[in-house]
Design a protein around this ligand. Structure first.
Ligand SMILES: *Cc1c(COP(=O)(O)O)cnc(C)c1O
Length: 446
């Protein structure tokens, strides 16, 4: 099996791959019936199903409150609003994430300071936070990136020292734990996407979670004008504004999604337990292969990866004589599993964070209301720009034979890397790779 498929050898991944191995979300007649029930009574724009789902979700997530939102982007903006992020304030966010961890700060007149990531967790680096903090820093966006929980203890320690709030972006990691605590229970507020590509899938929906009543009231009154009532809101200074959306937004959920979410929640732990078993088996098979480093947690310490959304591996070109991650991915793809390099392209490289004047002030919005040119801080993000990662299969079923087949594709390329060195135009070069977003429909857009 040593001749690489890219060079004319046999493919590692062959035969009929069972559809269940990758199929997600898992939709049964129970989901269908729940959605139809909403449709048939025209309950799409109500809030009764959403409120039931919120209650169940809060209980599952170990938080006092959960608030549904139309999507994750809205949920995260609601979380920023909960933190009182406002004109001239700064939000610290890792540069390597999806745009909806950050851009909404613009809508609040705030700006984003990009922090570097840790090369093993791929999450915001607590060591880089103090560099990023200024007099106007209001909140830190702790993105549990590609399913891996952030190192929350040192993040909170710094946040508390400077009086800064922490938002958890749980879009990649629903159900994950940090040292035995559910993600979303650790920061001041958590928010996430539940869109159909994520591990917790409902269609289009988001969720805010918190234990803090003021945060709850601010987020609810921001996203839901029709629930901004004396029954739900008790924060004194918000009481004169009942009945209106605090920021002119509307985040109501289409209840077909909430109905599906209630069904998905019932099976989520069982299904993600199987995903974890399958994914850990994949990495066990590759544990000591040069060039390839698992991106996962030590579960024995109570830190887990939830549903392993958008699973990736870390690449070590120095262990393969500088073979580029681009060539590595090309060769693995030829073995029969399509992989691509880079994850999210670092956000600070996009012109929207450098020059775009979204608010017609005559200045780039990133600095229009800021007290300092926060773009200067973008110059110091070596890990975000230099890290090499690649997508790996996202197994939904523990099917050892097929998992071994896929692991072999990666192993074969790593073990035969010498055969690729001469045809690699990027060998020893530091090429940034990645995509602005990687939802399936947009795979070829950038
Ligand atoms: C998907 C995602 C979001 C946004 O969620 P939508 O439901 O698509 O609006 C936010 N943050 C991260 C990290 C995401 O991956």
């Amino acid at each position: 099996m040593s001749k690489l498929a890219l060079l004319g050898g046999e493919k590692s991944v062959q035969g009929n791959i069972p559809a269940d191995l990758f199929k997600w979300p898992i939709i049964t007649e129970e989901d269908e019936a729940a959605v139809l029930e909403v449709l048939r009574r025209a309950g799409m724009s109500g809030t009764d199903v959403t409120e039931k789902f919120e209650k169940e979700f809060a209980e599952w997530n170990d938080t006092k409150y959960a608030i549904g939102a139309a999507n994750g982007t809205m949920a995260l903006q609601g979380a920023m609003y909960a933190c009182k992020l406002g004109v001239g304030d700064e939000l610290i966010c890792p540069s390597k994430t999806y745009w909806a961890s950050a851009i909404q700060a613009f809508n609040l007149g705030a700006t984003v300071v990009f922090a570097d990531i840790d090369p093993y967790s791929l999450c915001i680096s607590p060591k880089d936070l103090e560099r990023c903090i200024g007099p106007r820093t209001k909140a830190i966006m702790a993105v549990h990136y590609l399913g891996h929980p952030c190192d929350m203890d040192p993040i909170l320690e710094i946040a508390n020292k400077y009086g800064i709030k922490v938002i958890e972006d749980i879009s990649h990691a629903q159900g994950g734990m940090y040292k035995g605590r559910k993600l979303g229970t650790i920061g001041y507020v958590g928010a996430m996407s539940l869109m159909s590509g994520k591990s917790f899938a409902t269609g289009e929906m988001g969720m805010v979670v918190t234990n803090d009543k003021e945060a709850h009231d601010r987020a609810l009154a921001y996203m839901h004008y029709d629930r901004n009532t004396s029954k739900n809101i008790s924060t004194d200074y918000l009481l004169p504004y009942l009945g209106m959306p605090l920021g002119g937004m509307k985040g109501r959920v289409n209840q077909t999604c909430a109905a599906m979410g209630r069904v998905q929640l019932k099976y989520y732990d069982e299904r993600t337990t199987e995903i974890r078993k399958a994914m850990n088996y994949f990495w066990d098979l590759l544990e000591d292969v040069p060039g390839i480093l698992p991106h996962r947690t030590n579960e024995a310490k109570g830190t887990t990866m939830g549903g392993w959304y958008a699973a990736h591996g870390i690449y070590k070109p120095e262990e393969l004589e500088g073979l580029s991650v681009q060539k590595f991915c090309e060769a693995v793809s030829a073995e029969g599993f399509g992989t691509w390099p880079g994850g999210n392209y670092p956000l600070h490289k996009h012109a929207i964070f450098q020059t775009f004047d979204a608010m017609n002030t005559g200045k780039p919005t990133r600095v229009a209301f800021a007290e300092r040119d926060v773009r200067e801080l973008d110059k110091d993000l070596p890990v975000c720009e230099g890290i090499k990662i690649y997508s790996i299969p996202w197994f939904k079923k523990y099917m050892p034979e097929y998992i071994e087949m896929h692991a072999n594709a990666f192993k074969k390329v790593a073990e035969n890397y010498k055969d690729l060195l001469d045809s690699d135009p990027n060998r020893d070069k530091d090429v940034i790779s990645g995509r602005w977003h990687f939802y399936a429909h947009h795979k070829d857009d950038n």
